[in-house]
Design a binder for this molecule. Structure first.
Ligand code: GLN
Ligand code: ZN
Length: 765
């Protein structure tokens, strides 16, 4: 029998983001729900047919979603908080959108479910909320409908669901509390999955894929028992349909033995991110005789061509243990763009090194065919030869100057002098700031007008001079307004930037940009990361002219904002031929040049944003330091270690969940950090207190993700909460993130309240 091919999931937003456009149209009232359904069905059909044409055996269904597949799973299980049900929409879709985005209208006023990052990706899921006494039951026909829809088109699909273990581990109780996995809940959830299995058996499905990525995380007490309890119950309903237990984003070595004994028909293993551990576990515990290992060899998280020789080696290694090996994508292809077709801006010579979702289908098939080939057939294979050629030659001419700089680094380059405590004293004098200094994170509202001017400039409709004049006028007005309301450390507003990563990438050597390589980030929102193609260095000063201009317009301290090396890498497609550590070092040196030029231009406060530092923290604790923090934190220090003692280095992070790495954050050796710390989330303040955190800190005093204007009193209360836990000499007062996505109407009153609150508290100190 020939080697089976399986795709874990396919992008659903559409080659040209058709789903985004039609859903946003529906939200705005430009089209009706029927139009959304039509487009959705067309996309599904197109995606299934593409996979069928590529010769894929196990084509996923139910990987489609209007917003998020975990939200779909919650709805499937009837995990719908009462406040959404009370809105009493006629269509299930409207309830879904209310849960995803909140609802404000004639039917009521509810906020959305919280959103979180899906493991180490930049995809966000909605956190299911299980209310006490919730009646768990099969509540939707979506998986069955989509299966039937495909069947009618002549495609027998493999339905995909997020498994019950991952669902329960990611769900929360009311008020975001930890969920108690009592027997009733566990049995009820298992019963629904058993019912789903029975139903698919009746419908004639051959395989059902249950995704359990949460299995790749460290286990808490009770986790393995929970997993066993769920699946022992579910698998009794198995009958004819085969169950593929699919894992990704890491290894399951710690539970492989258990999983192998449960009698799954297939076990999906990630051979990209969990390679060594997964292979060792399989070798150690073997594979049950009726189980097929789905070898996740095609990377679903990066866009480079697969190395067939490597993949074939992995399949061979598994075949030493069992003859039953299928090949698969290592994770869903949701996290890569649709197709390289149409990327005419990238020379064909370069483009051939990339495989997006569609191209990965071809790779998967070719690997499967080669896995069945004899040695002679392999020798004669053009596909294999062409693939080998991609990896044999040098893809990109190395930049010897970059290598030389990196090799020349010494331990001293990572250490700023003098020690922080001493610097903080000097800076206070040099900058002449009051206690509880006020500032913002850098960006001010990017109004329609700003975006329209940038679009005109890009299209060549206005000259560079005209565009620059326009930006200068924006900066002038923004500075004047900040002075009027009395902020202490001003910013220029970042009006010239489209995006905090792309803007820097465009001004660095070594990056490539795509036209249409969008990836879903959350709901209808997509991102288009740049590609790290070669060695990175700074082509020319990037922000210096804007910051210097802004400083020339005011006697206040002007802060310059840069994106940090770890964040640039984490929000780009990284190279696979050199390590992340190496790439981050190159980026750090490039940003370091910018820091020193800003300083030379008279900028005394420089903020280096590391919004995405936490995002790529490895999923297993034992990997945190060795695989990540041990180089990510030094990379940040490398960026700023050469500035004068009086130059104040700030950083910003977009989340507050860093109490577990608080010492590492302190070790970045910034002078000041601002971060998100929405109300009720005081854990991080305790952590700052307990860890004797040395960095001065501005825990955001209001939430910029909402258009609400906080009152002066609210902010004052918040400041007192902060002062309860922190030394007043170390506290900064700022919003919790950049103001780019907000409107001017709410931004300025909010900031006025912020300044007034800081002044009021100062006066009482
Ligand atoms: N300086 C950036 C801004 O203000 C930071 C944004 C971010 O951290 N996401 O927009
Ligand atoms: Zn932020």
């Amino acid at each position: 029998m020939s080697t089976l091919t399986s795709v874990s999931g396919f992008p659903r937003i559409g080659q040209n983001r058709e789903l985004k456009k039609i859903i946003e149209g529906y939200w705005k009232g430009a089209n009706d729900l029927a139009a959304v359904k039509t487009t959705a069905a067309e996309l599904r059909a197109k995606h299934w047919k593409l996979q069928q044409a590529a010769g894929i055996d196990l084509i996923p269904s139910n990987d489609f979603s209007y917003f998020d597949q975990l939200l779909d799973t919650a709805i499937l299980l009837n995990v719908i908080p009462k406040r959404y049900e009370r809105l009493a929409f006629e269509n299930q879709e409207d309830t879904l959108f209310a849960m995803a985005r909140g609802y404000q209208g004639e039917k009521g006023d509810v906020t959305a479910l919280p959103m979180k990052k899906w493991f180490t990706t930049n995809y966000h899921y909605l956190v299911p909320e299980v209310e006490p006494g919730e009646e768990i039951k099969l509540n939707s026909t979506k998986p069955f409908d989509e299966f039937n829809e495909a069947k009618a088109l002549g495609v027998l699909t493999k339905p995909v669901l997020i498994g019950p273990y991952t669902f329960l581990k990611l769900a929360r109780g009311t008020n975001a509390q930890k969920l108690e996995y009592d027997k009733g809940l566990v049995n009820a959830v298992a019963a629904v999955y058993a019912e789903v299995l029975t139903k698919f058996n009746e419908l004639g499905a051959e395989w059902l894929q249950l995704d359990e990525p949460y299995l790749v995380l460290d286990k808490e007490p009770g986790d393995v028992e929970l997993f066993k309890a769920l699946y022992t119950k579910i698998l009794t309903a198995k009958a004819g349909v085969k169950v593929l237990l699919n894992t990704y984003f890491g290894h399951i070595a710690d539970v492989y033995e258990t999983v192998n004994l449960l009698g799954f028909d297939g076990i999906g293993l990630d051979l990209n991110e969990g390679r060594e551990e997964n292979l060792e576990a399989v070798a150690k515990y073997g594979v049950a005789s009726n189980t097929t290992i789905f070898a996740g060899v095609i990377n679903g998280r990066n866009i480079w061509r697969n190395n067939y020789a490597t993949s074939l080696g992995l399949v061979d290694a598994l075949k030493q243990v069992t003859p039953n090996v299928a090949v698969s994508t290592a994770s869903s292809l949701l996290h890569v763009p649709f197709s390289t077709e149409g990327e005419t801006g990238i020379p064909a010579e370069d483009l051939k090194h990339f495989a997006f979702a569609v191209e990965k289908l071809g790779e998967l098939k070719e690997v499967a065919v080669l896995a069945d080939a004899t040695e002679d057939e392999k020798k004669a294979s053009e596909a294999l030869a062409a693939n080998q050629a991609l990896f044999d030659g040098t893809r990109v001419a190395a930049d010897p100057a970059v290598a030389e700089r990196v090799n020349g680094l010494t331990a001293d380059d990572y250490v700023r002098q003098p020690a922080r405590e001493e610097r903080q004293k000097l800076q206070r004098e040099a900058l002449g700031l009051p206690l509880l200094p006020t500032t913002t994170i850098g960006s001010f509202p990017q109004t329609k007008e700003v975006r329209a001017e940038r679009a005109k400039f890009r299209k060549g409709e206005i000259t560079k001079e005209a565009y620059d004049e326009f930006i200068k006028a924006q900066i002038d007005a923004c500075i004047k307004h900040q002075e009027e309301i009395g902020l202490d450390v001003l910013v220029h507003g970042e009006f010239e930037r489209n995006d905090m990563v792309e803007y820097f990438g465009q001004n660095l050597n070594g990056f490539l940009f795509t036209k249409n390589a969008w990836v879903q980030s959350y709901g209808t929102r997509c991102v288009k990361p740049p590609i790290v193609w070669g060695d990175v260095s700074r082509a020319k000063p990037i922000t210096v002219a804007w910051s210097a201009y802004a400083q020339s317009r005011t006697s206040h301290v002007m802060k310059g904002m840069l994106t940090g090396p770890v964040t640039i890498l984490n929000w780009s497609w990284p190279r696979e031929d050199i390590t992340h550590e190496e790439q981050t070092k190159q980026l750090a040196l490039a940003i370091r040049d910018e820091v020193l030029d800003l300083e030379a231009a008279g900028i005394k406060v420089i903020q280096i944003d590391e919004a995405a530092l936490r995002e790529k923290l490895p999923l297993r604790k034992s990997d945190w330091h060795v695989k990540y923090l041990d180089w990510a934190v030094p990379a940040f220090r490398l960026v700023h270690s050469a500035v004068k003692p009086t130059t104040q280095i700030h950083t910003h992070m977009c989340y507050s969940e860093f109490n577990d790495i608080i010492r590492d954050i302190d070790a970045m050796d910034a002078d000041v950090i601002s971060f998100e710390a929405s109300r009720g989330d005081l854990v991080v303040l305790d952590a700052i207190h307990d860890a004797h955190f040395e960095t001065e800190a501005g825990p955001g005093v209001y939430d910029i993700h909402s258009p609400r204007i906080p009152s002066e009193k609210e902010i004052e209360d918040r400041i007192y909460e902060i002062l309860d836990k922190m030394d007043v000499n170390k506290v900064w007062i700022n919003p919790d993130c950049g103001l780019k996505t907000r409107g001017n109407a709410e931004t300025w009153p909010s900031l006025e309240h912020l300044v007034a609150a800081a002044k009021a508290v100062r006066a009482k100190l």
